[in-house]
Ligand binder design. Structure first.
Ligand code: TRP
Length: 331
């Protein structure tokens, strides 16, 4: 049995990229493993310092998404990062184990800094979020972390911290982890090229209404050279086909459509209609559960607080071990 930890920043509701990249996997994993799922509000604050209201409002949105896709609070411990202060202390100890040069090399942070145009004004907390993520993972002694492809550098950095700590303090209290990718570790946003991301305004959210899904699919990037229906079209790099490959279960028909499109004579709008209906149908049962749960957000918040208390016990155990090997006075 593995121990799994994963989480999401509550900067908005979750989208199809989360679903395909990691949420579906978590629903499966919880049946056989011990799984912790974290709403990473502190990490979200690292680049939203003037926006704490937005982060606080979205905690419940993310929790609603978790439950509606089938993460079961009886099988998984869903918790709120800021209710486990042990994570913050662990982060503080780990900060000394990482050099500035090493932080600078993290490709995910690098590209995030670029896309946010921070330059020299990057908040230090943001710069160091891979270290806080190492605390999240190691506090639960997780050995498996189901995430999207962009999170791989975080796990590599976590494992370096684990090895450095264990070597310096001649111990084995911290354990290394491996990433586990979903069926599609990277889903393109509706405009193509970049990955689906709330901040890039290219996401289809799990809670989007059928009308909104239709509208977004209509805007999807296809083949810019496919101007007339009769033109031959490219299926590679065509976002509609990327999504159909994932969500269309009728693979025989899909193969036919691909051939037809490549030959010419098949219009984008027909394909987009097909994709819209498939997505709407796929999300309908998820949205039905969400509508039920939304009626009682207060009790959902209460359960999140209660399960955070449970998560805290595990993190406190690890922190006690860490303090002990470091020779710190025990609390
Ligand atoms: N970085 C993740 C995201 O961008 C959220 C996260 C925080 C996380 N701590 C984690 C993911 C630990 C996996 C493990 O959504």
């Amino acid at each position: 049995m593995s121990t799994i930890l994963t989480g999401d920043r509550p900067t908005g509701p979750l989208h199809l990229g989360h679903y395909i990249g990691s949420l579906k996997k978590r629903v499966k994993l919880q049946q056989k493993h011990q799984q912790f799922v974290m709403v990473a509000d502190l990490q979200a604050l690292t680049d939203n310092v003037g926006n704490s209201q937005k982060i606080n409002d979205n905690i419940i949105e993310v929790a609603l998404d978790y439950l509606s896709v089938g993460i079961d609070p009886k099988q998984s411990t869903i918790f709120l990062q800021s209710l486990v202060p042990e994570l913050t202390e662990l982060t503080f100890h780990y900060l000394n184990l990482v050099t500035l040069a090493r932080l600078e090399r993290n490709p995910t942070v690098k590209s995030e800094i670029q896309s946010r145009n921070f330059q020299r004004n990057t908040p230090v907390g943001f710069y160091c979020y891979p270290i806080s993520q190492a605390a999240d993972i190691t506090a639960f002694k997780a050995d498996v972390v189901p995430v999207g492809a962009d999170q791989k550098p975080m796990i590599e950095q976590t494992n370096e911290i684990v090895k450095t700590f264990n070597r310096l303090y001649k111990t084995d209290v911290l354990v290394t982890a491996e990433c586990l990718f979903g069926e599609c570790p990277r889903l393109s946003g509706i405009h193509g090229k970049q990955k689906m991301s709330k901040s890039l305004n290219n996401a289809i959210f799990l809670k989007d209404s059928p009308e909104l899904i239709q509208k977004k699919v209509k805007q999807m990037y296809t083949d810019p050279n496919h101007l007339h229906i009769s033109d031959p079209g490219k299926t590679d790099g065509n976002v509609v086909f990327e999504y159909l490959d994932i969500f269309d279960e009728n693979t025989a028909e899909l193969d036919e459509l691909k051939k037809h499109y490549q030959k010419g004579g098949l219009g984008d709008s027909k394909l987009k209609q097909r994709l819209s209906s498939i997505l709407i149908e796929h999300l309908e049962p998820i949205q039905k559960i969400r509508r039920e749960l939304e009626k009682d957000k207060a009790s959902l918040m209460d359960s999140l607080i209660a399960s955070s208390e449970k998560a805290r016990e595990t993190a406190a155990n690890t922190l006690a071990q860490v303090r002990e090997v470091m020779g710190l006075r025990m609390l």
